[in-house]
Design a protein around this ligand. Structure first.
Ligand SMILES: C[S@@+](CC[C@H](N)C(=O)[O-])C[C@H]1O[C@@H](n2cnc3c(N)ncnc32)[C@H](O)[C@@H]1O
Length: 426
């Protein structure tokens, strides 16, 4: 009988699937082999994959001088994973032994056990500064030049630096953010989110069972703030699941309709509403055809490349490509057109994407204004909104390198639009 899969073996297989086949980590973790691991082992395997991808640039930099030629991908990934472990607190003897054992478990990699052993021993002999001074993981070729064109090469380097820092956990609270920041020994951020200082099991923290807060990056919490006072207003949350923004709207007293095309994601939204005890009507439907009268406010958190969340999901660069982006841009345009039609006269629309790409952000607002004069851009107003974040067309551009000294933020774009009064009949 073969030995049961260890977290390291599962992580190594996962890395090959992400880097070699472009599979998403969130998809891989549903595979049967992951279900055979204990929750603690699953967390270890997930951490090994995430950290290896986060520090891939550094690992390759340290490994290259010891490799005459690049070994097969599986061996390279094994070396990368062990190099990252060695430089992030792993005990040298144990990590090297495990890596050699792992190489021995596969017919194709077994002949390279000697190489794995020799290379990793050389890595253990390097000074700690070699790791600290090694270059950050570069953004992929389809993304890097675009961001350099938008903001310059030094800004891209800052973003890559920010991606090398594991993101903190931010919470949105139902009420009394300052009180919860104190209770949880976190920090109250200028925009109203609570940033936790320590990592640990979230479900064990005060306020989880009672549904007083939910996890939501500070940047992701800002679009709802831009809608202003929504208490008592009829609000349509298009693309709502898993419901971070729906819960914010409901907590502010809005009469929310949460809409999403994905039944499975809507189950998560309903679970979130149940845990927090917040009310919202839920609809599983296609945003492009849904029709239920007019709303005071509409939030469109459109599907996008998610390139603003690479620091949380370092597997993203291996999965996305420019091909998929063009389809997303077209979908966002169709959704924006439909979102405007849901607005009452003087109603407010917030459009947002967790993308770093202008084509999914700034350019979409320019496009909308070139298509219709039914809406106009409104000045964004929210607590803690830094005026430097406001972009030339009047939206808000957030980047992972902002707040660098206090843990950063996800990349996001958001803009506020108001529907003009209908023209008086002639
Ligand atoms: C960025 S996520 C939304 C995140 C959510 N607003 C939150 O804060 O938790 C985008 C969502 O768009 C949904 N979506 C994609 N195409 C859609 C469509 N045609 N109609 C409605 N929802 C759609 C996806 O199922 C996904 O849940």
């Amino acid at each position: 009988m073969p030995a049961p899969a260890s977290p390291r073996l599962v992580a190594l297989d996962g890395l090959s699937q992400i880097i070699g086949e472009g599979r998403m980590l969130s998809e891989i973790t549903s595979d049967p082999v992951w279900q055979d691991l204990t929750p603690a082992e699953r967390a270890t395997a997930q951490r090994l994959i995430t950290e290896t991808l986060r520090y891939l640039g550094r690992a390759d930099h340290l490994l290259t001088p010891h490799l005459q030629r690049q070994p097969p991908l599986r061996v390279m990934n094994l070396l990368r994973m062990a190099t990252v472990e060695l430089n992030t607190g792993g005990a040298a003897h144990g990590v090297v032994n495990e890596a050699v054992k792992l190489a021995g478990r596969n017919k194709k990699t077994a002949p390279m056990k000697g190489l794995v052993n020799a290379v990793l021993r050389r890595v253990t002999e390097q000074e700690p500064e070699a790791w600290a001074d090694a270059p950050d993981t570069l953004l992929p070729k389809w993304l890097r030049p675009k961001l350099a064109k938008a903001w310059s090469k030094p800004v891209v380097a800052q973003i890559e630096r920010a991606h090398a820092v594991p993101p903190p956990v931010d919470l949105s609270v139902k009420s009394d953010a300052a009180g919860w920041a104190e209770k949880l020994e976190g920090t109250l951020l200028p925009t109203g989110s609570v940033r936790l200082s320590a990592r640990g099991q979230l479900s064990a923290l005060p306020g989880f069972e009672t549904g007083d807060w939910w996890v939501q990056d500070a940047a992701a919490a800002l679009p709802v703030q831009l809608l202003g006072d929504v208490a008592g207003k009829r609000v349509l949350d298009i693309c709502a699941a898993p419901g971070g923004k729906t819960m914010q709207l409901a907590a502010k007293g809005a009469d929310v309709t949460a809409l999403d095309i994905s039944e499975a994601r809507m189950v998560r939204l309903t679970e979130n509403l149940t845990r927090t005890g917040l009310p919202a009507a839920t609809v599983v439907a296609d945003a492009l055809t849904y029709d239920d009268g007019l709303f005071d406010a509409v939030l469109l958190d459109a599907p996008c490349s998610a390139t603003g969340t690479i620091r949380r999901h370092p597997d993203l660069p291996y999965i996305k490509s420019q091909t998929g982006i063009d389809d997303l841009v077209n979908l966002q345009r169709a959704m924006l057109t439909r979102a405007v039609q849901h607005l009452k006269p003087h109603g407010t629309l917030v459009y947002c994407t967790c993308s770093l790409l202008r084509e999914e952000g700034e350019d979409q607002i320019k496009w909308l204004l070139s298509q219709t004069d039914a809406v106009e851009v409104q000045k964004p107003v929210a607590p803690g909104l830094d005026p430097d974040w406001i972009s030339p067309e009047g939206g808000v551009r957030l980047r992972p390198d902002y707040w660098a000294d206090s843990g950063g933020m996800d990349g996001f774009y958001m803009a506020v639009l108001q529907r003009k009064a209908d023209p008086a009949p002639e």
